[in-house]
Design a protein around this ligand. Structure first.
Ligand code: HEM
Length: 138
């Protein structure tokens, strides 16, 4: 049933809704991460606020579900298509680096380096997505 629903792009006002949800949740994810990173650098208590702890999980769940739905709809799969394997691996790296930056990093230096690396990995994922190549630019 789900496969049938997702076989054709559902468009509203010319926009592919599923892709819009995917790209939109990716933008929300990075916006929230940049904001929480700024709070981390300022040692702000806002980082521990309820919304700052819960909302990222909601956004990232939407991002991941839309990613899976897009993969099913376009019949392109991680471990089959190199660019999607690269995206999944890079997403894992983004999650690990992000949690070191915002939570587990022991020193400010480690947190700052992880924060920068996580931002770099995110840019790489966007590059992979747009070029559909694991090595964007080549
Ligand atoms: C932080 C994580 C992610 C970001 C920033 C991201 C970003 C994007 C962007 C910008 C596009 C649109 C590309 C274009 O049409 O020009 C896209 C498409 C797509 N993404 Fe992601 N993505 C992420 C995670 C994933 C993951 C983990 C998967 C793996 C299943 C995935 C699967 C797809 C697929 C299949 C498409 C293309 C659909 C099509 O051909 O129409 N994404 N992504």
């Amino acid at each position: 049933m789900m496969l049938w629903v997702f076989q054709q792009p559902v468009r509203i006002a010319g926009m592919d809704i599923l892709k819009t949800v995917h790209v939109g949740s990716a933008m929300l994810s990075i916006t929230g991460f940049v904001l929480r990173g700024a709070w981390m650098l300022q040692e702000s208590p806002l980082l521990r606020a309820r919304a700052a702890r819960i909302l990222p999980h909601v956004v990232d769940t939407v991002l991941l579900v839309s990613a899976i739905a897009l993969a099913l709809r376009s019949a392109q799969y991680p471990l089959v298509h190199a660019w999607l394997s690269a995206k999944v691996l890079a997403l894992l790296a983004y999650i690990v680096l992000g949690s070191i930056a915002l939570k587990y990093g022991r020193s400010r230096r480690v947190r700052l380096l992880s924060y920068g690396a996580a931002l770099g990995v995110f840019l790489y994922i966007v590059g992979v997505a747009v070029t559909r190549s694991p090595v964007p630019g080549l």
